[in-house]
Design a protein around this ligand. Structure first.
Ligand SMILES: [Zn+2]
Length: 383
């Protein structure tokens, strides 16, 4: 098993763990530790690439200089009157010492992953962090400070690459979409729980790009309680249509684990078996339409144990490794004690995982209809 990650670049830095927004904040750095320890306990020898920190001035390619200055000051504990104007000092984005530097290490990791793809060192990359898709040009939002994804995508387009960005986090990838809204080198695809019910309240099908980017920003708002079979049906159809048209040089995937049925912040119903299928579909479509090049980042995911299992699964699928039946006993015991919760023995979710969902047919038909309306709107521009 020692060489199972040879074909997949892994990126992480110890500084990622300093992106800690407080014990009661849902965005927990423990998730990175839990995934790393789970895979290690399963016998995988993880060989990580160590990224360099991104200096503040390099972020100006994505963010306003004034915004960067305020975030950096906040990260050093320097008070500023205008925090609120930049989305800082809120419940979602509290001001914590060290957060700005840590966010720059994480951005450095996603950028490093992009460089691994650009240089051809790896065709597949897994960044053990990042996915800060809500960060805007001059606004912190949804636990995100610096938009690591946009920084990586920008680097790739500056090398002349066309990039497709796929966002499977349960929340709309609003920041990335906005930063490339009129860019014809970037296609964004976001599947999320409808903004009618969930933060950030955007991601409607009519947000489809402007100018040179017209009809290249694709949003599929899904009904609450959407289950895996409906999700996978629309995902596969949308990827086939969009990627066979756009033919990107690489795919960047924000792989938030929060569409899981147990996630406390959202209402989709994916199981770990669904995630396994979804990852395999994304890899197939990468080979078919994106020159076999893909980077996955982490993202949301607020059920800690489910998220640790889901991102471990992502690693196992990316490296073509076997998927175990049981969680390692030592890992389970350690985290049961640490989190004060009971963890089930199995690696995958139990089957069935949850009680039957009422309105299943209605939800499935609604999602199909939304996909049809999206494609009817954008595909005439693709001819
Ligand atoms: Zn999310």
């Amino acid at each position: 098993m020692a060489d199972s990650n040879v074909m997949c670049g892994l990126v992480v830095h110890p500084k990622y763990l300093d992106y800690d927004l407080g014990d009661r904040h849902p965005f927990s750095p423990l998730r990175i530790q839990m995934v790393t320890e789970l895979l290690t306990e399963l016998g995988h020898k993880l060989k990580f690439e160590t990224p360099e920190v991104v200096p503040p001035e390099k972020l100006e390619i994505i963010h306003d200089p004034e915004y960067i200055e305020v975030v950096e000051k906040a990260g050093k504990g320097i008070e500023a009157e205008n925090f609120e104007q930049y989305g800082l000092g809120t419940a979602d984005n509290p001001v914590k010492t060290g957060m700005a530097e840590s966010a720059r290490y994480i951005a450095g990791g996603t950028l490093h992953g992009a460089k691994l793809l650009l240089e051809g060192k790896f065709n597949k990359v897994l960044q053990f962090g990042g996915g800060f898709h809500h960060a805007r040009k001059n606004l912190a939002a949804g636990f995100c400070l610096y938009n690591d994804l946009a920084l990586a995508i920008k680097e790739m387009t500056l090398h002349g690459w066309h990039v497709a960005y796929l966002d499977i986090d349960v929340h709309h990838g609003d920041g990335v979409q906005e930063l490339f809204y009129d860019d014809d080198k970037v296609m964004t695809i976001s599947l999320h729980e409808s903004g009618e019910f969930l933060f950030p309240g955007t991601g409607w099908i009519y947000e489809s790009g402007k100018g040179m980017g017209r009809s290249l920003k694709l949003n599929l708002p899904l009904e609450p309680f959407t289950e895996g079979d409906s999700y996978i049906f629309v995902l596969e159809k949308l990827l086939d249509e969009a990627l066979s048209y756009f033919k990107p040089d690489a795919l960047i995937v924000q792989a938030g684990a929060d569409p899981h049925f147990s996630d406390p912040l959202a209402d989709l119903m994916l199981t770990t078996n669904d995630f396994e299928k979804i990852y395999k579909i994304i890899l197939q479509k990468t080979d078919a339409y994106a020159k076999g090049k893909v980077m996955f980042t982490f993202g949301g995911g607020y059920s800690l144990v489910a998220t640790a299992r889901i991102w471990s699964l992502l690693y196992l699928v990316l490296t073509g490794s076997g998927i175990p039946d049981k969680l390692p006993v030592a890992w389970k015991q350690k985290w049961e004690e640490r989190l004060g919760i009971k963890i089930s023995d199995s690696f995958h979710d139990p089957n069935p995982s949850y009680n039957p969902i009422p309105r299943k047919e209605e939800i499935t038909n609604h999602n199909k209809d939304m996909l049809r309306r999206l494609l009817d709107m954008v595909t005439p521009d693709w001819l």
